[in-house]
Design a protein around this ligand. Structure first.
Ligand code: SF4
Ligand code: MG
Length: 330
């Protein structure tokens, strides 16, 4: 399958008062046509910076190769990039971070992208807005199109955001925690909607989340990030049935299930190292219950441990105590 987005050796650094901070450190990600790829990790893992870098929307310095739909986007001018953003490559974020502009109507905001990118006139843009509102399941679309955002609930506003993102039929939708601020019922509806759009429109999705439950429901393939690096990647079934990296296993253990939803959840002890901290060895070592001497000295490499399954951990090497056979989760 043709790849829509291909990121190779992505490195994003920020120059701060405390020095150079490497937020993303050598990340490879591929999203094929019509595929949903999840990036999962705790906050501070570099997952959002990865997606912003892919859109060339980060103030950080970006190195590496990013190809979108066969185009080397690192070489494009800012103007050419604007032509792609909101058009072939669209995004939705968590509310209310990027809430809608309160002084424009819903229709003005959905219509803006098609006026700019598809050169629709006002009337045609309004028609397209109504069509998109219907598509995302907003009732009374003919009236809502002329309303202002404050008239809508959080769930409805997020539907409008999706309508905006999908208005130009993007090849890739980047969704960064799109349902995190919503209550469980609305979240389920929005995820259903995104799955439906993916099926009917064939849109590829890069889905950024800290929530493994959402990953299980939405994604074909999953990239697990920790401290700016990919630590494990596989198809979604393999990741859930045979997770190999201790960090992934920790995330799995801390995932709520129907039975445990009421109970206090397991959580991985410690916290993500600050991106500026010097790195010797494996950055997960301070939190890892399997850490060995070598882990504190040498950084592990990303290794192929199965069909389309990679993990970055010394346990998979001959140096390690286990080679990925027995389960580390007891
Ligand atoms: Fe744990 Fe060592 Fe594997 Fe890092 S390399 S995850 S410290 S076992
Ligand atoms: Mg984030």
């Amino acid at each position: 399958e043709r790849s829509i987005l291909e990121i190779k050796g992505l490195k994003t650094v920020f120059y701060t008062d405390d020095g150079v901070v490497t937020a993303v450190d050598g990340v490879d990600i591929k999203v094929r046509a019509g595929e949903t790829v999840g990036i999962v990790g705790e906050s501070g893992s570099g997952k959002s910076v990865t997606s912003l870098s892919a859109m060339r929307l980060t103030p950080g310095k970006v190195e590496g190769a990013i190809h979108f739909n066969g185009q080397d986007i690192m070489r494009l001018s800012e103007e050419e990039m604007r032509e792609i953003r909101g058009n072939e490559m669209a995004m939705i974020f968590q509310e209310p971070m990027t809430s809608l502009n309160p002084v424009f109507t819903i229709g003005d905001q959905i219509g803006e992208a098609v006026r700019i990118h598809l050169k629709y006139d006002k009337g045609k843009a309004r028609e397209r807005s109504i069509e998109m509102l219907r598509l995302v399941g907003i009732p009374r679309a003919e009236q809502i199109v002329d309303e202002y955002p404050h008239r809508l609930s959080g769930g409805m506003r997020q539907r409008v955001m999706i309508a905006m993102a999908m208005a130009c039929n993007p090849k890739l939708l980047i969704a960064d925690e799109p349902t995190t601020a919503l209550d469980v019922t609305i979240q389920a509806q929005i995820l259903d909607l995104m799955r439906e759009l993916k099926t009917t429109k064939g849109t590829a999705i890069l889905f950024i989340t800290h929530d493994l439950g959402v990953v299980a429901e939405m994604c074909d393939r999953v990239v697990v990030m920790y401290n700016g690096k990919v630590v494990e990647e596989s198809d979604v079934v393999t990741l859930f049935t045979n997770p190999q990296h201790p960090y992934t296993r920790g995330l799995m253990k801390s995932m709520p299930t129907l039975e445990s939803a009421e109970k206090r959840l397991y959580s991985i002890k410690g916290s993500v190292p600050s991106p500026g901290a010097p790195q010797i060895g494996c950055s997960f070592a301070p939190r890892c219950e399997y850490a060995m001497d070598i882990c504190k000295i040498e950084p592990p490499r990303l290794e192929e441990i199965g069909a389309d399954h990679v993990s970055r951990c010394w346990l998979h090497s001959s140096e390690g105590r286990w080679n990925g056979h027995e389960s580390a989760v007891n």
